[in-house]
Each structure stands twice: as C-alpha cells, then as structure tokens.
Write a protein that binds this ligand. Sequence first.
Ligand code: HEC
Length: 89
Amino acid sequence: MKYLIAPLMMLLLSSPALAQDIKNGETLHQNNCLRCHDSGVYTRTNKRVTTLPKLGKQVRFCKDNLGLTWFDDEVNDVVQFLNNNYYHF
Ligand code: HEC
C-alpha cells in the first residue's frame, strides 16, 4: 500500500502547482512576448528550439533583449507554458 501512497501524494501535491505555473507563464508571455513575433515561431517547421535546455536559453535570450528582470521562477513558468502548449519535449 505504501508504494501507492507516495506517488499519489506527489501527484496531488504537484499538479495544482504545475497548472498554476503554466497559467502564470501564459500571463507573462501574453503581456511581454508577442511584440516581435507571434506564437507561430514556436511551431514553424524550421524552428530553432529543439530541446528543453535550448528552450530555456532562448526564453532567457528574448527576455534579456526586452530588458525584463524576471526571476528564474518566472522564466521557468514561461518555459513550462511554451513546452506545454507548443514544444512538448
Ligand atoms: C525584441 C524582440 C523580441 C521579443 C520582445 C521576444 N522575442 Fe523571442 N525571438 C526574437 C527573435 C528575433 C527570434 C528569432 C526568430 C528567428 O530566428 O527567425 C525569437 C525566437 C524565439 C523563440 C524560438 C522560436 C523557435 O524557432 O523555436 C522562442 C522560444 C522565443 N523567441 C521566446 C520568446 C519569449 C518567451 C519572449 C518573451 C520573454 C520573447 N520571445 C520575446 C525576438 C524577440
């Protein structure tokens, strides 16, 4: 029984947080990231981002270009949002 409870607890504890992170990432993205390109760049056939670490790097690069000072948490929220909706790594 205890083998079942631990993963179940983790699932219960982590999924609402994850959903919240993605929602936060969506808001940040909506407000800041659609000035130079729309979301079409994330799904184009010759997209530059091909791995999760590259996605993190690209998000940092773009937000630095904007002069945004985001915490790592906020960068991660946007990465999660983009991965969840477009890249699916
Ligand atoms: C100052 C203009 C600018 C802003 C604002 C901007 N980007 Fe970008 N972004 C670019 C350029 C330029 C590229 C590269 C496009 C290309 O290679 O054709 C790019 C590409 C990307 C890619 C890679 C797409 C691929 O090919 O897979 C991602 C991911 C991305 N941006 C995320 C973001 C996020 C997240 C934000 C908000 C923090 C953001 N961008 C805001 C200029 C911008």
